[in-house]
Design a protein around this ligand. Structure first.
Ligand SMILES: Cc1ncc(COP(=O)(O)O)c(C=O)c1O
Length: 375
């Protein structure tokens, strides 16, 4: 059995520290929005290289709250990619605004910034949500250019990319440091995962920071005095305490992920396998997922079935591009609008990757893929 993701291997390594932290929090009597959350907020802001952090209940809420803190209004248009997790786009709709989808780049699977600019030249657009998909940083230089030239709000979706890097004006920058705000998810499977839900907003803008804080507690700065109708979206102390511990290991875990990705790439290369796969390059990709692409849908499905028979977990991210989701049908998109996203939804497969995955397991996975393709 090789699972797609295994939370228990990591837990064994940090069990003592985690249990101590839980005990410390419970013994302190402060279980919601306390010192551990504050520490996490500044830890993540420091990691990204920005001023402020606001812990919230999950990454989906972080997107909704950040958009609202950035000043989105009913009917505003926000551009995003059709090939991402649902929450990226639902955050726009949850703000009564309109998602404008664009296709992705065929090699990086990240949002195609040329298509974004074509729209910006023609239409009035409130903002852009780029997603650093599977852990690979979107072209930060390109984002910075669009922000400066068109004055749009940029909210970076870093749910999958904590710690990933890019280059702007010759300087290495973290994903999340270019936008007006950025969000993170601490869903258990993420590169920095809690043992439950959690999310965080980061920003350099004091107003966005203060408004996000207000919105997470029912729109009240002062308890029971509500300036706006906000949300109940708080981060628990236990999760924050665990994340503060895990954060110390994030660099090592990221390095492990990159080494595993290298191992996959070398195995595929040596065996001359007929599939497309990513090859690591520094921290431009932190490999939240290791996603390969087959030429044909049949090959993908054949491999997936065979691996499952052999006890190897895989997943399809994402089987339905967002512009074709039933709940978004009123926005008027049709099959054929975004051919790359539509093709990727049929031909890509996510293989097991997590920091504790062993090289011999990678070899087994690759040889089983080879077997499946020969059948
Ligand atoms: C790209 C992306 N955005 C947003 C989210 C939402 O995060 P959460 O599951 O914490 O609500 C996720 C998580 O699955 C994600 O992958």
């Amino acid at each position: 059995m090789i699972p797609l993701f295994d939370i228990t291997r990591q837990y064994k390594m940090i069990k003592d520290e985690v249990l101590k932290a839980i005990d410390r929090v419970l013994s302190s009597g402060r279980v919601i929005l306390g010192p551990e959350v504050e520490k996490l907020e500044s830890n993540i802001a420091n990691l990204v290289g920005v001023k402020y952090g606001v812990g919230v209940a999950n990454g989906s809420d972080a997107l909704v709250i950040a958009l609202r803190a950035l000043g989105i209004k009913k009917g505003n248009k926000v551009i995003t990619t059709s090939y991402t997790f649902f929450a990226t786009a639902s955050s726009i709709v949850r703000n009564n605004a309109i998602p404008i989808f664009v296709d992705v780049d065929k090699d990086t699977y990240n949002i195609d910034l040329n298509q974004v600019e074509d729209i910006l030249k023609k239409e009035k657009i409130f903002g852009l949500i780029p997603v650093h998909l599977f852990g690979q940083t979107v072209d930060l230089e390109g984002l910075n250019f669009l922000k400066e030239k068109y004055g749009i709000k940029i909210l970076e979706d870093c749910a999958q990319s904590i710690g990933s890097e890019g280059v702007v004006k010759g300087k290495i920058k973290k994903s999340g440091s270019i936008g007006d705000a950025a969000i993170f998810s601490f869903f258990p499977t993420k590169n920095l995962g809690a043992y439950g839900d959690g999310g965080l907003i980061v920003t350099n803008d004091k107003k966005v920071y203060e408004k996000s804080k207000m919105l997470r507690t029912h729109g009240a700065k002062k308890k029971y005095y509500h300036e706006e109708v906000g949300y109940n979206s708080r981060l628990d102390e236990i999760h924050a305490a665990i994340l503060n511990i895990k954060l110390k290991y994030l660099d090592t875990w990221t390095e492990n992920r990159i080494n595993i990705a290298k191992k996959y790439a070398e195995e595929f290369k040596n065996r001359k396998m007929p599939l497309k796969y990513p090859y690591p390059k520094d921290k431009f990709h932190v490999f939240h997922q290791y996603v390969v692409e087959f030429e044909k849908e049949d090959d993908r499905n054949k491999v997936r079935t065979y691996l499952s028979e052999k006890g190897i977990g895989t997943s399809i991210y994402y089987p339905v591009p967002l512009h074709l989701q039933k709940c978004f049908k009123d926005f008027g998109y049709k099959k054929g609008n975004f051919p790359i996203s539509e093709k990727l939804s049929k031909t890509t497969l996510a293989l097991p990757i997590f920091p504790e995955l062993r090289f011999d397991e990678v070899e087994t996975i690759v040889s089983k893929i080879e077997e499946a393709l020969r059948r």
